[in-house]
Design a binder for this molecule. Structure first.
Ligand SMILES: [Ca+2]
Length: 497
């Protein structure tokens, strides 16, 4: 049920370019196409709410002026959840389905023997939008969800050919071809230019740009804007990520497309470098953990003239909602053969109340939780009072007599029973432990060494503080629940990348 461009209609009707006027039905199709907003999904890497000014970050309040401005002119959702790790989040986004349905459970799930999602078994978001008349592009990080962006439905794509850091490099992969550059280039810039070139070429038809920037994933290196004696490369990376988002906004404005383009800024998991505070308090947990800091990410959306200005919404979102929402905006029909988990927030984008979700679901490997506004229940049966989240997740004693808690447990357990993640795809405990071990080794290997050279490659040698800035991730011990939550509360650390 694709919608064709005018040229395609003319071609199919055998009219060709010489036709003086398109038939009325073709003009109607073209008009319908114009109503579909362009979508730019800017996905930052390892950026939690504690890194973003408009989410109250004390530490980085002056470093994200463009994201903050986007929020001021659009909607800021306070409670958006992805998965606590790159691969599972990206899979959720691209499939619109929870990990136990797709197999996209961990970063390592796409290994030879893993259950990782396959594009052929899914109806990927890019394919859905393409069938609805969109030109589709992926520019930036791709690894961890297997195959290529082309396999997952993107018409044009650029990414890195290797795992590991992807900042100052001499090669990249463009539409399946490996490209070498004579000098080292800064890949976030290269990916930005590729995406913006795509936008310019497709400005006259609906387009969808998936913009998964590598910023601010470690190793934390200097950016093109870093001062030679920069004392805080992490802050430089956050600022550069913000600058790129600003360049996207400016380019869309320059092309006169702002009123027909939805721009979204979000993140793929919580902060890796646990350093920011909000109102003097630390977010509980970080990347890789099943606590708030693992999967609670910033989410800002602006569509000039359509989204209300400066609105802050407490509505719960999770990453399966992107698929449902974009399908809604594109007027696409959801495929019937697969179970989708998303809930469209298109009404909220149009300034209406919509029907916000009552709960969100988060999974990483063999761990999961379902969360309402005030309560959270995990796979081990531990219930938490979330009234003071994201700072505190208060364990509820198993023998509580609190009626509200008892009712919450019943409601949340009913959701879990209905979803039945335990009955879906899984990985063995051994495979998960092995993956965790390998990730720890990779982190150790990637940790900057004091005094390491790197200036010749345009990289600043990590300073004493770089260890903190680069490879440190909050481990389970750091993400340990305050006030003695259950031992199996799901703070297990998974592979990180
Ligand atoms: Ca990440």
């Amino acid at each position: 049920m694709g919608t064709w461009s005018r040229r395609e209609w003319l071609k199919a009707a055998g009219l060709g370019a010489a036709a003086l006027a398109a038939p009325r039905w073709a003009r109607a199709a073209e008009a319908a196409n114009k109503k579909k907003p362009n979508i730019i999904f800017f996905l930052s890497d390892d950026v939690g709410i504690d890194d973003i000014g408009c989410y109250g970050s004390d530490t980085y309040k002056n470093l994200t002026p463009r994201i903050d401005a986007l929020a001021k002119k659009g909607i800021r959702f306070e409670t958006c959840y992805c998965a606590p790790l790159c691969g599972p989040t990206r899979c959720e986004f691209n499939t619109g389905r929870y990990a136990f349905r797709t197999g996209g459970l961990t970063n390592g799930a796409w290994g030879a023997k893993g259950p990782g999602a396959k594009s052929a078994d899914e109806f990927p978001i890019a394919k859905m939008l393409k069938q609805a008349g969109y030109a589709t592009c992926s520019s930036g990080k791709w690894r961890q969800i297997g195959e290529t962006p082309g396999d997952w439905g993107y018409d044009e794509w650029l990414t890195d050919p290797k795992a590991g850091g992807w900042y100052w490099q001499k090669n990249y992969t463009k539409n399946g071809e490996e490209v070498e550059t004579p000098e080292e280039v800064y890949m976030p810039d290269m990916a930005h230019e590729f995406a913006m070139d795509f936008v310019k070429r497709h400005r006259d038809e609906p387009f969808f740009v998936y913009y998964p920037t590598h910023l601010v994933h470690g190793p934390i290196l200097r950016t093109p804007d870093s001062a030679p004696d920069s004392k805080d490369l992490y802050a430089d990376n956050v600022a550069y990520m913000d600058k790129l988002l600003g360049k996207v906004v400016d380019e869309i404005e320059k092309l006169g497309l702002s009123e027909n383009t939805l721009i979204i800024f979000t993140g793929d998991n919580g902060t890796a470098k646990k350093s920011g505070t909000i109102g003097g308090r630390e977010v509980h947990g970080a990347k890789g953990s099943m606590w708030e800091g693992g999967a609670h990410v910033p989410f800002v959306a602006r569509w000039k003239g359509t989204t209300p200005e400066g609105k802050v919404l407490p509505d719960l979102l999770d990453f399966t909602d992107m698929y449902a929402t974009f399908a809604d905006l594109a007027g696409a029909k959801m495929p019937e053969k697969l179970t989708f988990d998303g809930h469209s927030f298109a009404p909220q984008l149009r300034g209406k109340p919509g029907t916000p979700r009552e709960w969100i679901f988060v999974q990483l490997g063999r761990h999961w939780y379902v969360r309402e506004k005030d309560w959270k229940l995990n796979e081990a049966g531990d219930l938490f009072n979330m009234k003071d989240a994201p700072f505190v997740e208060e364990p509820v004693p198993a023998d509580t007599k609190d009626e509200k808690a008892l009712a919450a447990r019943k409601r949340l357990q009913a959701v879990l029973d209905r979803l039945n993640p335990a009955g879906g795809k899984t990985i063995s405990a051994e495979a998960e432990a092995e993956e965790r071990k390998r990730a720890a080794q990779r982190r150790k290997a990637a940790a900057p060494k004091a005094g390491a050279k790197g200036a010749e490659a345009g990289k600043a040698a990590p300073k004493a503080g770089a260890k903190k800035a680069g490879a440190e991730k909050a481990g389970p011990e750091k993400a340990a629940p305050k006030k003695g939550a259950g031992k199996k509360a799901g703070a297990k650390k998974a592979a990180e990348e």
